[in-house]
Write a protein that binds this ligand. Structure first.
Ligand code: F6P
Length: 543
């Protein structure tokens, strides 16, 4: 509900601009403004963002910037970087940016800054000692494999960056991730490994996550079948957690416990000790470059004016399409096989952050974070892109394209670039009935057949998309990419006025899961709803 005249002014400007824009096809916007590609594009650090294929003009863009100012975006940004307790429902600061660079908190929170720096040094020197074989296993063998047990934010970040930076991976250490509670996957991983040459990492901020605790117990049994000695755990097991006492109770030695902190959200934690498996794969130097890339985007976010601020612009465009064009899903299409895990990483980042139903006051809201999905290009073209070209559903689209490919395969890369740009063109231009008919006639088809087939070949186009070019996939640019999306999500949280840093909605499923497990163990299904009771009966898991 509109509260005051200023607010009315802001939203009326947005409404008016949207009404005007909807009257015109995107192609018309290009003919009206041929230099749009210069007006609506931005180059920052490793990125070139082209948003000229978005349904905006100068009025709309101005109205959006006014809206960001009305939502006090800059003040809320500064409050986060300075450590104010902006995660008000958990009474916590949000300081994942300080993991990249502590300069914003050095004066206000010198102890935290000191602890962040000393922990980073401890972690990276441990990485160097394992890779250089200074740190050996209990039987004196070098560590060749790492089993990283963790889920959600304690898994997606390291896994995604490790596959993105496969070129940087040392061939000395192989990292195997165990996230889900899937016996087949666990068996498949363990049967190929030898505990004497394995480092086992238990990554869990809360140390309460059921999947991680159960998997850790199963791997511990496998480990102790070969190395039962108490000292062996001390050489091979590592904990990454905000609950060091519980990790010690588990049996992990104090020097092998690397702290995580409450002021770092799980889905914002790859920069912390949660990044250890990644650092063991790519080395401490490359891990530091990942942090530097993110810190460089933090600086841009902090300093650039709103209308030249890449995460702010991406957030406003997303808000605009959701609020005024009813697009409730965001498709992220990385045109790179090594970025194939990016959509899964962004799903947790965006949907666990902004998938909320009440605003900062606890009042119900009509709009919040989008459904995020995606897959690698060009595979997506031979799968779901048909629907986006001719279907009745649509969504927001981020194309992500590295400008540089693999030196040995220049033809593959040229074709990748051509296809990625062509998809955005086809979504923009579409194909009219006349164009389809003329093509068929030009192919020698008779008028009647051409008229009937052309109807099936027309494509509306007029579908907006962002094109984000990354100069090259490097540790720096990957750190920058994740920080860019972190800040975009943060800005959208401000535009929707939600708390992007809690996730209360995950708790009910966890507690019901516990009850159900108990029912399965005791056989008592009295308190279950009939559907769940019948399902358990059918599964009959205890026999
Ligand atoms: O259930 C959701 C969640 O709490 C995520 O926010 C978090 O990243 C994940 O579970 C894992 O949590 P932890 O690191 O505490 O095991």
């Amino acid at each position: 509900m509109i509260q005051n005249s200023k607010e009315a002014c802001v939203f009326n400007a947005l409404e008016t601009a949207a009404t005007e824009i909807k009257k015109r096809h995107l192609m018309t916007l290009f003919s009206e403004q041929p230099n749009r590609a210069y007006t609506y594009s931005l180059e920052v650090d490793s990125f070139y963002l082209d948003y000229s294929k978005q349904a905006i003009d100068d009025n709309a863009f101005k109205a959006l910037i006014n809206f960001a100012q009305y939502q006090k975006l800059e003040a809320k940004r500064d409050a986060m970087f300075q450590g104010d307790k902006i995660n008000h429902t958990e009474d916590r600061s949000v300081l994942h940016t300080a993991l990249r660079n502590t300069s914003q908190i050095n004066s206000k929170f010198p102890d935290i800054a000191q602890e962040i720096e000393s922990t980073k040094i401890k972690m990276l020197s441990f990485v160097d000692s394992v890779i250089s074989h200074q740190h050996l296993g209990h039987t004196g063998k070098a560590i060749t494999d790492v089993i990283s047990i963790g889920i959600g934010g304690s898994f997606f970040g390291p896994k995604m960056l490790q596959s993105a930076l496969i070129k940087n991976a040392s061939n000395k250490i192989k990292v195997h991730y165990l996230a889900n509670i899937d016996g087949d996957q666990i068996a498949n991983v363990l049967e190929r490994l030898n505990p004497e040459t394995c480092l086992v990492i238990v990554a869990s901020k809360s140390w309460t996550t059921a999947e991680t605790q159960l998997n850790a117990q199963s791997v511990l049994k496998w480990f102790q079948d070969t190395l039962p000695q108490k000292q062996a755990i001390q050489k091979h097991w590592v904990a990454l957690t905000a609950k060091p006492e519980q990790a010690q109770e588990f049996g992990i030695a104090e020097p092998m416990i690397f702290p995580m902190w409450d002021f770092v959200g799980g889905r914002y934690s790859v920069w912390s000790t949660i990044g250890l498996p990644l650092a063991l794969s790519i080395g401490s130097k490359a891990f530091t470059q990942v942090l530097e890339g993110a810190a460089s985007i933090d600086q841009h976010f902090l300093e650039a004016p709103l209308d030249k601020n890449m995460p702010v612009i991406m957030a406003l465009l997303g808000y605009w399409q959701q609020a005024y064009f009813d697009l409730n899903n965001l498709m992220v299409l990385p045109y790179s096989h090594s970025l194939k895990s990016l959509p899964a990483y962004l799903q947790q980042l965006d949907m666990e952050s902004n998938g909320k139903a009440v605003n900062s006051q606890g009042d119900n809201i009509t709009n919040s974070g989008p459904i995020l999905w995606g897959a690698e290009g060009t595979n997506c073209q031979h799968s779901f892109m048909q629907l986006f070209h001719q279907g009745k559903q649509s969504g927001m689209i981020d194309f992500i394209l590295p400008a540089k490919g693999h030196d040995k395969y220049p033809e593959q890369h040229k074709l990748m670039v051509a296809n990625c740009l062509a998809q955005a063109q086809a979504l923009l231009q579409g194909k009219t009935l006349t164009q389809a008919t003329n093509e068929l006639l030009a192919s020698g088809m008779n008028q009647e057949s051409a008229d009937s087939l052309a109807k099936h070949k027309t494509m509306p186009g007029n579908t907006s998309s962002n094109m984000l070019i990354i100069d090259e996939i490097t540790p720096h640019s990957m750190g920058a990419l994740l920080a860019l999306y972190e800040h975009k999500v943060f800005c959208q949280g401000i535009l929707f006025d939600v708390n992007s840093f809690d996730q209360w909605g995950v708790e009910l499923g966890k507690s019901l899961g516990k009850n159900l497990l108990n029912s399965m163990n005791t056989g008592n299904i009295d308190n279950l709803d009939p559907s769940t009771a019948k399902l358990l009966e059918f599964i009959n898991i205890n026999n």
